[in-house]
Design a binder for this molecule. Structure first.
Ligand code: CP
Ligand code: NVA
Length: 330
């Protein structure tokens, strides 16, 4: 049966079947090809979307705005709203649902984005919460499809680092849905929650995925993809000392890339990344802890393995697919 996602929210990949995820990836591929060939379309003509960011963003915000304008829609970036401080989430959602065809929310609580979806009556898109970052996974998987000759179901996907953050959780869910061999290489304290692991192991019986958690770096052997993320996520800025201690052995280095024994291995990172001293945060960490690089070395980040900027561009094409699919049913 043809997939139709009209009216659906996109809050976590848990809510989407493998076929629906593949539909979004294929649609993103088509929309990307269309844009590259210079065709401007009007798939979102007459649609108004609102973007709310309680955490900072470069890629996600720009993706929603450019994607919307590319297809003839209008995007309102909402700051200084009454939401949560002077007006409940429920009331705000009901108001926004009267004005807008779709709502994007980035912030701390998954419950908040779920409440927006429950009360607004329009599709709500999760632009990142403490628990999940589902739109990022679509960009990651599209990038793998573009750079690997293997289908997603044959990919050995190794996530290295903080495996219990929004990226660790969402990548494990996405990989399980798509039938991949998912390995989290992380210190035990940073394994994903047992509850989520059990849920995904149950699902893997249907999809053919495998899920391995290990604190042993040799788990990278045979990887088609090495993925890492920052050691300290937004909202956890008091955690640097502990995280550096736990995660320094898990930095993605050229030795780790070679330990995959796969000359075609890809390096992915959702970005932003602390691969050099080009940021205020990295310079503070250098002063306090003496590190020049955090989760990945500059050498790997800039190497031929790295597809991080293709991945960043794909945020826009995949977010466009999410909006087009959920607002128009295409
Ligand atoms: N990867 C990602 O979500 O980037 P931004 O924080 O810049 O949106
Ligand atoms: N785990 C990171 C992802 C940023 C895109 C964070 O939440 O800060």
């Amino acid at each position: 049966m043809a997939v139709c996602l009209k009216g659906r929210s996109f809050l976590t990949l848990k809510d989407y079947t493998p076929e629906e995820i593949m539909h979004l990836l294929q649609l993103a591929k088509e929309l990307k090809a269309k844009k590259k060939s210079g065709i401007r379309d009007k798939l979102l003509e007459g649609k108004n979307v609102v973007l709310i960011f309680d955490k900072t963003s470069t890629r996600t915000r720009c993706s929603f705005e450019v994607a919307c304008y590319d297809e003839g829609g209008n995007a309102t970036f909402l700051t200084n709203s009454q939401m949560a401080s002077k007006e409940s989430i429920e009331d705000t959602a009901k108001v926004l649902g009267r004005f807008f065809d779709g709502i994007e929310y980035r912030g701390f609580s998954q419950k908040l984005v779920e409440q927006l979806a429950e009360y607004s009556g329009v599709p709500v898109w999760n632009g990142l919460t403490d628990e999940y970052h589902p739109t990022q996974i679509l960009a990651d998987f599209l990038t793998i499809m573009e750079h690997s000759s293997k289908p997603l179901s044959e990919i050995k996907f190794v996530y290295v680092g903080d495996a219990r953050n929004n990226m660790g959780n969402s990548l494990m869910i996405g990989a399980t849905k798509m039938g991949m061999d998912f390995v989290a290489v992380a210190p035990r304290e940073l394994f994903p929650s047992q509850e989520l692991v059990d849920e995904m192991r149950e699902l893997s019986k249907e999809t053919g995925a495998t899920i391995t958690l290990t604190d042993d770096i040799s788990g990278v052997e045979g990887a088609d993809v090495i993925y890492t993320d920052v050691w300290v996520s937004m909202g956890e800025e008091d955690q640097y000392a502990q995280r550096i201690k736990m995660l320094e052995p898990y930095r993605v280095t050229m030795d780790m890339m070679k330990a995959t024994k796969n000359p075609d291995v890809l390096f992915l990172h959702c970005l932003p990344s602390f691969h050099d001293l080009g940021t205020e945060v990295a310079r503070r960490v250098k002063e306090e802890y003496g590190l020049d690089e955090m989760e990945v070395t500059d050498e790997v980040f800039r190497s031929r393995y790295s597809v991080v900027f293709d991945e960043a561009e794909n945020r826009m094409h995949t977010i466009k697919a999410v909006m087009v699919a959920t607002l128009t049913g295409k």
